[in-house]
Design a protein around this ligand. Structure first.
Ligand code: FAD
Length: 553
């Protein structure tokens, strides 16, 4: 008698499905970049990250975020961060899949494979990928100190996760972080005030004592960090281990953890250095160039991570809209909803394509043409994919109606995606900094190592691969190389980054997506037959085919 109602017409959780097997866009892109490669490991990872047991870990790691233990009860400093066991389960899975330093110990194709794995894992939990990404990015930069690299490399690439705070010799695997940003300046690191005073030389080279602070210092439980400090010779890059070779703790004082919008499972801290020991990496006074080697790779991960989140948001929206009915029909059967979903599916596929193209350029380290593509596509992909991510998350959330906005103890995955999106855009160089970096690339010599090609020529060659199939594309692609000119106005930096992104995305869709995806992308994004919000594709578009391709089941 007291029953008020039956719960009807609610969608089910999107769980226990293979995140890789159902991602046609990613599979087709990989078939293009790594033809004939073994899909077995990706299918295994796809099943793992789509499982409800791992999703439960992701929920718990976000709800029970990291806690700082600055002191013990007797007043001794601890400077440790405690995590929920689910955080460690996620870290173990990511490191076990070799998403950190492992590709540097492998051969051709390893970075593209890892990029795919990174995107897939993002769909499970993105914030724990922060230390995973920094470890990936920091490993090659250590070449600047061969003695440190010799001792640390094997453990940075080992797939064993070992969170213990013990000396290197006792650890099975290690992780790395980075410290650049200070209170008075993040983008402008030349404003750094942290001082490094030369102490002595030892087995790891020149050792300095650091006094100063870092305003953002993520994943402070990493085993080592690359940091910037002012030394006698100028701004230098230094290797800062948490545990010193003699087994004592380095004097890195964790002041507090940041209370962030999203990225909840990951700890981001503020730290002070009280005479902490750090060893020079690379040349003294050339620290910015050295640490940017790391920054370039974390920028790749910002694009990969955002593309992964975009795919997840589209999958959740499609899943919901096939189950939920309104006005007598499933939401996905309504013309306007078809348009919204198809428009987002195109954006998501284009983001996957561009991020993976950049990973291919990273993979082919010794190819001069790819070096040019890496130089130009790093700021372009970081800028554009991250910019589009936040807007897409909002639209995907709206597809779920009010439920999309609800957290419900961490079950509201869409809310988590929405809160996570902006960090990829801000950290490692916000939008304007990426646009400025693109202009720097264009204004520099813009030539490959062999000097045979400029950035404009390389881009023209890349775009030529798709010429002749779509008039809007041809017009756009033909005009672009001429705009890559040293004289481009700084105020137009964002627009140039956007247009390079769109042109390269279209060229990739031509090469590894069905014609309908390429044509609809060109007509809307390049031909101007489009509005200013998602869901504004031209009415005659083949929505059903685009949606069928994007369905997560
Ligand atoms: C969750 C999180 C984790 C982080 N983790 C780390 C970490 O582990 N290590 C680390 O070193 N940093 C970390 N950061 C810091 C991050 O990299 C910086 O916040 C970022 O680089 C921007 O620096 P800033 O905050 O000092 O902003 P500012 O440099 O003050 O920039 C503010 C705005 O001004 C713009 N701007 C700056 N210069 C120009 C210009 N010349 N022309 C036009 N516009 C300009 C920027 O694009 C930005 O939009 C983290 C940040 C977040 C949010």
């Amino acid at each position: 008698m007291n029953a008020t109602h039956e719960v009807l017409n609610q969608s089910t959780p999107l769980a226990d499905y293979n995140v890789y097997a159902t991602n046609r866009a990613l599979r087709d892109a990989l078939a293009f970049h790594l033809p004939g490669s073994d899909e077995g490991p990706r299918l295994a990872l796809g099943a793992l990250v789509g499982s409800s047991s791992m999703q439960q870990h992701a929920r718990l790691a976000n709800v029970h975020g990291p806690q700082l233990r600055s002191h013990d009860r007797f007043g001794h400093r601890l400077d440790q961060v405690e995590f929920h066991p689910s955080y460690h389960a996620l870290m173990g899975a990511a490191v076990g899949a070799g998403l950190h330093g492992t590709p540097w110990a492998k051969g051709a194709g390893a970075h593209v494979e890892r990029a795919a794995g990174f995107m897939l894992f993002t769909e499970l939990e993105p914030s724990i990928l922060c230390p995973v990404s920094m470890t990936y990015a920091g490993t090659p930069a250590l070449r600047g100190n061969p003695a440190v690299a010799a001792d640390w490399f094997a453990k940075l690439s080992n797939t064993a996760y070992d969170p213990r705070l013990v000396p290197l010799a006792q650890k099975a695997g290690v992780t790395m972080g980075m410290g650049m940003t200070e209170k008075q300046g993040g983008s402008d690191v030349r404003a750094n005030t942290t001082r490094g005073t030369f102490a002595q030389s030892d087995a790891w080279g020149r050792r300095y004592e650091l006094v100063g602070h870092k305003w953002f210092f993520s994943a402070p439980m990493c085993d080592a960090f690359l940091v910037l400090a002012q030394t006698e010779g100028g701004l230098s890059c230094l290797f800062l281990p948490r545990v010193l070779p003699d087994g004592t703790l380095n004097t890195i004082r964790i002041q507090r953890l940041k209370d962030k919008l999203g990225n909840k499972a990951n700890a981001s801290s503020e730290v002070e250095f009280h005479g902490a020991s750090a060893w020079l990496v690379g040349e003294e006074g050339r620290g910015v160039q050295r640490i940017l080697e790391m920054g370039t790779l974390t920028r790749l991960d910002c694009a990969l991570g955002t593309a992964g989140l975009m795919r997840q948001a589209v999958s959740l929206a499609l899943h919901h809209c096939t189950q939920r009915k309104a006005f007598g029909r499933p939401l996905v059967a309504h013309a306007l909803m078809k348009n919204v979903l198809a428009d987002m599916a195109l954006e998501s596929e284009a983001a996957t394509a561009l991020a993976l193209r950049l990973a291919r350029a990273v993979d082919r380290q010794d190819d001069p043409y790819e070096a040019l593509m890496r130089r130009v596509l790093t700021p372009v992909a970081k800028y554009w994919v991250c910019k589009r991510g936040s807007a897409l998350a909002q639209e995907a959330m709206e597809c779920l109606g009010g439920n999309g906005y609800v957290e419900e103890g961490g079950e509201g995955v869409m809310a988590r995606i929405y809160r996570e999106m902006p960090v990829n855009s801000i950290w490692e160089g916000a939008g304007n900094i990426m646009a400025l970096d693109l202009l720097r690339a264009v204004r520099g010599s813009g030539r490959s190592a062999t000097g045979s090609q400029t950035i404009a020529e390389a881009l023209a060659a890349e775009l030529a691969t798709a010429r002749g199939a779509n008039a809007a594309y041809d017009r756009f692609a033909d005009a672009l190389p001429g705009r890559i000119d040293a004289a481009v106005d700084e105020a137009e930096g964002r627009r140039l980054a956007q247009d390079i992104a769109l042109a390269v995305q279209a060229s990739l869709l031509r090469r590894h997506a069905p014609d309908v995806v390429f044509d609809t992308f060109c007509r809307s994004r390049l031909g101007g037959d489009w509005g200013q919000a998602y869901g504004t594709l031209p009415a005659g578009s083949d929505f059903d085919t685009i949606l069928a391709r994007a369905m997560p089941h």
